[in-house]
Design a protein around this ligand. Structure first.
Ligand code: SF4
Ligand code: SF4
Length: 220
């Protein structure tokens, strides 16, 4: 996981956001670990340079996700704001001509982490999985938990379980999600204010988003 991400909770130490941000970081780490296991065991991969999901989709996010993303952008990655395309129909942080198309990849929201590499819960409360329709050379049908274990020896993480955990981190805004481009401005202002109170400056980052890990697991 990107080392800049790990530093976010400590930047806001002593504020009311330190624990919720730490909680979200912990959830993001668990997602990474569970997906790593799933990706290694299964044949499901995004085709190279696909990004179809970001072209047409703008995530609606919880306040804590917006604050996490804002912390990363404000403190560590201000250069990425040049990739912000407010008039884009899909996600404002999608740069189709970038080497890696998500320009906020290390701090991307929960849904972006989980989409295509997580399952949902069926009637029996067991986990089901259906690959993204843009994945190639795989069957596009829903597989139940028994079949997943039989075929791959493991199951993907359950999207709803992790989303519920994240929703509990800031009780005052629980259950409220807002489109990313609407959530970011106030989150950035709040983070700038708190970082300033905590004595942090806001360096112009020379960090290049293309230096980060690729946004989607690649076809092997
Ligand atoms: S999840 Fe992967 S395969 Fe599906 S549209 Fe997004 S990048 Fe393409
Ligand atoms: S935040 Fe990144 S991964 Fe999520 S929709 Fe936007 S460009 Fe895609």
């Amino acid at each position: 996981m990107d080392s800049l991400i790990n530093s976010i909770p400590s930047l806001l130490e002593g504020t009311s956001l330190a624990d919720p941000l730490s909680g979200l970081l912990h959830i993001y780490r668990r997602i990474d670990e569970a997906q790593q296991r799933w990706i290694e065991a299964s044949p499901f991969r995004c085709p190279s340079a696909c990004g179809e999901c970001c072209k047409t989709f703008e995530p609606s996010i919880l306040e804590i996700e917006a604050l996490f993303l804002a912390s990363w952008i404000v403190r560590e990655h201000s250069a990425s704001q040049s990739y912000y395309a407010a008039d884009r129909a899909g996600c404002v942080y999608h740069n189709p001509s970038g080497t890696y198309q998500c320009t906020v990849y290390p701090a991307r929201p929960l849904i972006c982490r989980l989409f295509a590499f997580s399952g949902d819960r069926g009637k029996k409360n067991t986990i089901r999985y259906k690959p993204c329709k843009c994945m190639k050379h795989v069957e596009h049908r829903t597989m139940e938990e028994d079949e997943l274990y039989q075929r791959y020896g493991t199951i993907p993480p359950a999207m709803a379980d992790l989303a519920r955990e994240a929703d509990c981190l800031l009780p005052d805004s629980a259950g409220i999600t807002v489109p990313l481009r609407e959530a970011l401005p106030s989150a950035m202002n709040k983070i700038r204010f708190l970082l300033h109170l905590n004595g942090h400056s806001f360096p112009d980052s020379s960090h290049n988003p293309d230096d980060d890990a690729p946004p989607f697991p690649r076809a092997s």
